[in-house]
Ligand binder design. Sequence first.
Ligand code: SAM
Length: 221
Amino acid sequence: MTTRDEVRRLASESIARGDATGWFEDLYRRAEGSWSRIPWADLVANPYLIEWLESPAAPAPGGSCLVVGCGLGDDAEALDARGFDVVAFDVSETAIDGCRARFPSSRVDYVVADALAPPPAWAGRFALVFESYTLQVLPPDARAVAVAALASVVSRDGHLLVLCRAREPDEPEGQLPWPLARAELDAFRAHGLVELAFEDFLDRESPPVRRFRALYRRGTQ
Ligand SMILES: C[S@@+](CC[C@H](N)C(=O)[O-])C[C@H]1O[C@@H](n2cnc3c(N)ncnc32)[C@H](O)[C@@H]1O
């Protein structure tokens, strides 16, 4: 396992060079295919995604779905298994190669792309966009750019589901992964999305971690 301290050192060096995302590729490359060395790689789908997919709030399967910062692909595969037509992207080429190697006969379209500058062809294209734990590993300036970019790829009447670590606005951000204040997610509303649900909960980790799960929809006008 690459320790959280090593990850934080890689991240802070990269961010200090003005490169908010270069360290992800470094980290995946250093793992040399031993994915348990990536601190966030649980190699199973996110339980708070699965729980939501099984709830009445989830949109009907079958639509186009974009998985943001897909890491090693488990959430993308879970969405594919439930009938979504999935594109999953990550800024790290090694992570995307890892997805293709782990799921060689997958129907998911795994692509290298940057949430800060998604391909123009994705504008307004996806009925469901799923973002978990990527905004919280971007520094604030890049995070604001990513929020605008992710809002822009949601289709008319499409949904965006966001999962992140959570904090009060007056609590210090602390160390990466940086918990988000609700106001940062409220920025999705400034980009044309309507908030449908906002959950603030403690997860099942020990000790428990406070998280937000927020659901948005693009209005019709
Ligand atoms: C903390 S991990 C979370 C991975 C996965 N979403 C999960 O929930 O386990 C963040 C992921 O986002 C990717 N990432 C970071 N910045 C990105 C960007 N600007 N565009 C696309 N992917 C990005 C990283 O390479 C990494 O795989």
